[in-house]
Design a protein around this ligand. Structure first.
Ligand code: DAH
Length: 380
């Protein structure tokens, strides 16, 4: 408080006439108004209230004690009226300020809690299907459209399904090419499986056997899935990759049905302009066995690269090896109680990663499994 007039007696303030009294109170009121304006928090407001309206030592009490009570009879009436007026004005001011402060605090609190619906939300990237998954879908669609269904089998296999029932006996040299991962497992009682009794499947072919065991002919299935080999990683090898197996068995399936089906698939997948060819090959579970080639999609089968020189993709041959296939070896039917005299069929096993790499121009199989978003994003 700048001036403490209320602490002095009227005489000391030079007030002797009734006319002087109003001005004295007007000044006090303007002082109160100014001070109250800067009381902008609940604490400052309370301090002000005590200072001016406090019963013991508030300004109003002092004005009553110092000005009114000792006033001379000439002044008493005027001072009394002004005190009452001042009291009412001061109380009105305080009341108004009090509600202003309260509603301000409320507003601030509700502004803090308010949800701004116009703010943009948190954008979480949705991601997309992996290219291998997309290619699998493409391949499935083609085969499903010509009457095949999709089945799956276990990734941990027994040597019987992975080898023996596919006409690969224990000491057959072809097992050496498979570089197999044998695994040890425990049964529910903690008893370990015998060494060599379980393995990570080296191909999807065991599901041929599992399907024929479960189902009577006719059979028309494709089998997508992961397979494992003890290969060192490089641009075309990975210890885990994907295959799609195919199997069709019925009473009258010929080599023509086989080639027609495969050619249909390849032209659907790569486009109608590709050419196809078979080369003799060997697999224990097919007879005859073939290796299936497609005309090089990079040089259109010419063997010459776009900028001249030898095409690096087909090494100038104009052909790219796609997958192995053949007519099901009658010996295989013996393992699943199919009548080899009445039945015939064909089978094939394609590398899905390889098919994806050829179609989408990817030259390193490793990028499929490295989870680099810069690569994955290119195939939304
Ligand atoms: N299972 C063979 C491999 O992984 C591929 C294969 C070849 C599958 C000929 C077949 C087939 O069904 O008939 O190398």
């Amino acid at each position: 408080m700048a001036e403490n007039s209320h602490e002095k007696m009227l005489a000391a303030l030079g007030v002797t006439q009734a006319e002087q009294v109003a001005a004295l109170f007007a000044q006090l009121l303007s002082q109160a108004t100014t001070e109250l304006q800067s009381a902008n928090s609940a604490e400052l407001f309370e301090k002000f209230r005590v200072q001016w309206l406090g019963r013991k030592a508030g300004v109003l009490t002092q004005v009553t004690d110092n000005w009114l009570k000792p006033a001379t009879p000439d002044l008493k009436r005027a001072v009394g009226q002004e005190v009452n007026k001042f009291k009412a004005q001061l109380e009105a001011l305080v009341e108004a300020r009090k509600s202003a402060i309260e509603s301000g605090a409320e507003e601030a609190a509700s502004a803090k809690d308010r949800v701004d619906l116009s703010l943009p939300g948190v954008v979480r990237p949705v991601g997309s299907r992996h290219l291998i998954r997309q290619v699998l879908q493409e391949i499935e669609d083609i085969f499903v459209s010509i009457g095949f269904s999709v089945v799956e089998g276990p990734e941990i296999e027994t040597p019987y399904y992975n080898f023996e029932a596919l006409n690969i006996p224990e000491f057959h040299p072809v097992r050496d090419d498979m570089d197999t991962f044998y695994v040890e497992a425990q049964d529910g009682f903690g008893v370990k499986t015998a060494p060599g009794s379980l393995l990570l499947r080296t191909h999807t072919s065991p599901v041929q056997i599992r399907t024929m065991e479960k189902q009577k002919p006719p059979v028309r299935v494709i089998v997508p899935g992961k397979v494992y080999r003890r290969d060192n990683p490089d641009a075309t090898h990975s210890f885990m990759f994907h295959q799609i197996e195919g199997l069709a068995v019925d009473t009258d399936i010929t080599f023509c049905d086989f080639t027609g089906t495969i050619e249909y698939f390849v032209k659907q997948y790569f486009g109608p302009s590709v050419k196809t060819r078979f080369r003799p090959s060997y697999f224990p579970f097919t007879e005859p066995s073939v290796e299936f080639d497609v005309s090089c999609i990079f040089c259109n089968g010419s063997g010459v690269a776009a900028g001249g020189g030898t095409c690096g993709k087909c090494k100038g041959s104009g052909w790219i090896e796609l997958f192995g296939a053949g007519m099901v070896d009658p010996a295989v039917y013996g393992f699943v109680n199919y009548d080899a005299k009445k039945l015939s069929g064909f089978a094939f096993g394609m590398g899905m990663d390889r098919l994806a790499m050829l179609k989408y121009g990817i030259d390193d199989i490793q990028v499929f499994f490295q989870n680099d978003v810069r690569f994955l994003k290119q195939f939304p």
